[in-house]
Design a binder for this molecule. Sequence first.
Ligand code: UDP
Ligand code: MG
Length: 318
Amino acid sequence: MPTTSFIVPCYNEEDNIERFYLSFAESFNSSPFDWQLIFIDDGSTDGTWKHIEALCHTHDEVEGMQLTRNFGKEAAIWAGLNNTRADIIGIIDADLQQPPSDAMQMCKILVENPEYDCVAAFQKSRLEHGPLKNIKHAFYGIFSKLSGLDALQNASDFRVFRQNVADAILQLPESFRFSKGIFAWIGFNTCPYPYTAADRQAGQSKWSIVGLTKYAIDGMLAFSVTPLRLATVLGLVAAVCAVVYFLIVLVQTLIHGVDVPGYATLISVVLLLGGAQLICMGIMGEYLARTYLQGKQRPIYLVKTAIRSDSPQEPSTN
Ligand code: UDP
Ligand code: MG
């Protein structure tokens, strides 16, 4: 029987843990898989860990790991990947938006098609409409162009993959993690799997517009240095314009003599160039800051308590 281990990042999901477990067990108990769940409590401030602990104590196939604070979903996934080994590894949200029945089908696809290393779920019809959908669409278009990577449109990190894919990801210990980019970067043969996202069962989405924007910028900068080159191009264009403008002014001065007016033009050019320089410095600063933070080589997450099914159920610290 192939073994499967699903990583479930949880942040303030107290009302979803049991629901998720029951739904997952229902789908996988009737499957040919020997399954395991590893819940990663990403510093929840509600009763999430208590619910995970209770499940760990009553079900051998459940493991739990409590991080010392909220490190973000990407860090929680990384924590899971570092602590699980199985024939098939999966990532699934705790809020049941990603149906466990689909997760089971995705595992089946992997078992039946040895040519695939990964099955990535993408949403047939997105829940959101209007501006948010367009912004996300534009983001993935720009991301693909800048990074030269083919990130699957509408794909989430709802995926199942073989251990060799997990091993490849584990070789990328970067601090600024962007799963979609990482999956695109490592390559491997990926099978797209269309699914319909359900409504969140309880609680609220953890993503705000500000959070999403920051995540998008982090993702873009983590996989492309093109913005730095844009700064160079911008500088070159400004320099060429300056030379052309200088020649025009020179010719005008020679023909018409010295012309004092031109204050408005002058001030616009100064402001434009000043703005362009600040933007370029900002872009460089963003990269520099990331290099600085990565240079510290801090761990991506810290564990407060871990409950493993094969080890005594006692707190362990990292
Ligand atoms: N999550 C997490 N850490 C965070 C934010 C979210 O582990 O800092 C988990 C969350 O509990 C859920 C999954 O990541 O299981 C997806 O989060 P959410 O449902 O808020 O995202 P959305 O579905 O709205 O994109
Ligand atoms: Mg969700």
